[in-house]
Design a protein around this ligand. Structure first.
Ligand SMILES: [Zn+2]
Length: 293
């Protein structure tokens, strides 16, 4: 990957993203995600519509943007392909239940996030801002239409992006459903500027739905679907007591499109030696004073 020359590979975030990029290099039946050529901190993903739901048969594309602090802070995701469940081009934070509230677990990965997203597609939007309540037939139409959808930025055509479904896919599919029971997807706060150069919505939400014309305009969305997270499949780092699962939020900044990851642990290298030097000088001065007395 060309990125290796561009980024400080000692930075935890860079290391982690490169590792995940290598692990996800091959498309699977259910998902695929890779960084953009020129920005390790922005990826495009493709996910298969949830099996046995109105999204079955659909393949959807989107962006993932990582904060400089990743994996300590979670990524944000947004859909680019019309799907009838999430508004397009809206940054959504994925919140995964964990032991500590407001905490993203660094052990969660992009794969986890993608599976959670797949599992979450068929859940009720509950009328929350940012979620779309298209009727089932409309979603099915969009699912069909999605196969021909092409990303203008990375060139992916949906029907060619994932591996064909096999029996193996069932496992991922089940994992996706299990994850969906303990996640939240929340719209970002409207404080940040909206990306203005997004790929456009080619297939467009189907006519007759009042939400469709407002897709670009509703900045302030805050949809949060919750569910009692007592499912058993939790990623390695946390296996919280089922009754106590809480819902940390992904609350990363979305401003790092051209972030330089070498900054991320730079301050530590400065502050720690500085403290040591100051401490040594003070100790020396004190010692000298006592000796002179
Ligand atoms: Zn793309």
């Amino acid at each position: 990957m060309a990125n290796e020359q561009l980024y400080n590979t000692k930075c935890a975030g860079v290391k982690r993203l490169m590792k995940e990029a290598a692990e996800l290099h091959e498309p699977t039946e259910m998902y695929y995600a890779q960084p953009l050529e020129d920005n390790l901190f922005e990826w495009h993903f493709t996910v298969r519509g949830t099996i046995n739901t109105e999204f079955e048969g659909g393949i959807y594309h989107g962006r993932i943007v990582f904060p400089p602090e990743y994996p300590m802070k979670p990524p944000n995701m947004m859909f680019l392909t019309p799907n009838g469940r999430f508004e397009l081009h809206k940054k959504i934070c994925l919140s995964i239940s964990g032991y500590h509230p407001e905490t993203w677990l660094p052990s969660w990965s992009i794969r986890t996030a993608l599976l959670a997203l797949i599992g979450f597609l068929p859940t009720q939007g509950g009328g929350a801002l940012g979620s779309l309540e298209y009727p089932k037939p409309e979603r099915q139409k969009l699912a069909k239409a999605s196969l021909a959808w092409k990303c203008r930025e990375c060139g992916c055509v949906m029907k060619d992006t994932l591996k064909p479904l096999t029996e193996e896919s069932e496992k991922d599919s089940q994992e996706a459903s299990a994850l969906a029971e303990k996640v939240q997807f929340k719209a970002k706060e409207p404080t940040e500027s909206k990306p203005s150069t997004e790929t456009e919505n080619e297939n467009g939400p189907v006519a007759g739905d009042s939400n469709s014309s407002n897709v670009e305009n509703s900045e302030n969305q805050n949809f949060a679907e919750t569910s009692p997270g007592n499912s058993s499949e939790t990623p390695s780092a946390s296996n919280p007591a089922p009754a106590q699962i809480q819902t940390p939020r992904f609350s990363s900044n979305f401003t790092n499109r051209h972030h330089r990851p070498s900054d991320c642990d730079f301050s530590l290298f400065i502050t720690i030696p500085l403290f040591v030097v100051i401490f040594a000088i003070v100790a020396l001065l004190l010692a000298r004073r006592f000796l002179l007395l």
